[in-house]
Design a protein around this ligand. Structure first.
Ligand code: ARG
Length: 389
């Protein structure tokens, strides 16, 4: 029998995938990853069982996700098209890695996922899988099957007596993890619609945030967040606390028309309070600790890094090469940034660094000025010399 490992969420698509694969003679092993969505291992196992699955792996990958996928992207400053912190994208290589590990353990020759043929996630999962083991064959039932709508999928599930929790009309397609929520579909597909309030899940609208100011400080050690408001915290727990706080203060909503890997432009809205707070603080600390050219080059690397993550090219040499550059830059990114939050806005309130490149004695217009203004004349002459006629 052909054995296949399916990335399984227990939703409508992957429930159909189980049956569809079994009908084609595959022995299906399921894998579900907890990256910080609403997740009940017990419910998943029961669901899988009543879909005829005898083996399911359920793994809590939140720490691995935070430390080995989100953290490098944060240190890189990776944000796609200025508005997307890559929450969904960063999870895909991690899921692929575990799918491949399970396939090896189970001696399965195939991997399956429930992604559509229009999206980015198929690209990411398949690219990552292939880069890890190019002998594994990949099956994407949703790209091939005859079920053309949600209604047809529901009919298929009913016909085969598969478990199904009929939720009220599913308005949006949602993907959630600790780094953010991605929401698309429904009314969002019309660009003249402002995102309806029901398309946001946890960040308060700025106009509903209480009229109060809140300060939050993040301490970094070599570009790694190590303490929140002066208290040591793991990166994962910091993300969770910042999500709560940021959501309450109306931080982290974005609305983006983005360029998908397959060439389509699509509109998606995102909520990522912790991610935006962390990027803000990290960026602020870099402006104080990195020299000008390093900052310039790092900006270019950041945009390349975001594009690489967006495409799912995580397990590549170029990714490791960029990490090596970023690692060196982060040697000086040690210090603490305090932010002020007010009605959905972040501003910087206090900056401290272990080795700041900001020197008050050079910058000041007041007493204690050490900058030798007379040097500037010669400096400017030499600087303009190559350009003068
Ligand atoms: N556009 C985002 C990406 O490609 C999110 C994709 C998943 N979105 C969703 N609503 N299911 O990374």
């Amino acid at each position: 029998m052909k054995k296949i490992v399916l990335a399984y969420s227990g939703g409508l698509d992957t429930t159909c995938c189980v049956k569809w694969l079994q009908e084609r003679g595959y022995e299906v092993v399921c894998f579900s990853a907890d990256l910080g969505s609403e997740f009940s291992p017990k419910e998943l196992k029961t669901k899988a069982k009543s879909s005829g699955i005898t083996k399911i792996y359920v793994k809590d990958l939140q720490s691995e996700f935070a430390d080995s996928y989100i953290l490098p992207a944060l240190r890189a400053g990776a944000v796609y098209q200025n508005k997307y912190v890559l929450s969904t994208a960063l999870g895909r290589p991690l899921i692929a890695k575990h799918l491949v590990d399970i396939a090896h353990k189970e001696k399965a020759g195939y991997i399956a996922h429930g992604c559509t043929g229009k999206g980015n996630d198929q690209v990411r999962i398949e690219t990552a899988t292939t880069l890890l083991d190019n002998k594994l064959r990949i099956i994407a039932p949703v790209r091939e099957w005859e079920l053309k709508s949600r209604e047809e999928e529901i009919a298929y599930v009913r016909k085969h007596k598969l478990p199904l929790k009929i939720t009220k009309e599913k308005i949006y397609s949602i993907d959630k993890n600790i780094w953010g929520i991605s929401v698309e579909g429904g009314k969002l597909e019309d660009l003249d619609n402002e995102p309806p309030e029901n398309s946001f899940y946890f960040v308060k609208p700025a106009e509903k945030v209480r009229d109060r100011v809140c300060y939050v400080s993040i301490k970094f050690d070599n570009g790694v967040p190590v303490a929140l408001n002066g208290k040591k915290a793991s990166f994962l727990s910091m993300i969770k606390s910042l999500n709560k706080l940021g959501a309450d203060m109306g931080i982290g909503r974005t609305d983006l028309v983005e360029d998908r890997v397959v060439g389509i432009k699509s509109r998606e809205i995102y909520e990522a309070p912790a991610a935006w707070l962390l990027h803000y603080a990290h960026n602020e600390l870099e402006s104080l600790t990195l020299d000008r050219q390093t900052q310039m080059l790092k900006k270019e690397i950041a945009s390349q890094y975001a594009w690489l993550v967006y495409q799912g090219l995580w397990f590549t040499q170029i990714k490791r090469a960029m990490d090596a550059f970023i690692d060196v830059t982060q040697e000086s990114v040690t210090g603490e940034i305090t932010m002020k939050l007010y009605k959905g806005q972040i501003s910087v309130a206090k900056r401290e660094a272990k080795n700041p490149l900001y020197k008050k004695e050079f910058a000041t217009y007041g007493a204690g000025d050490k900058f030798k203004q007379e040097y500037s004349e010669g400096f400017i002459r030499l600087m303009s010399m190559p350009y003068s006629k």
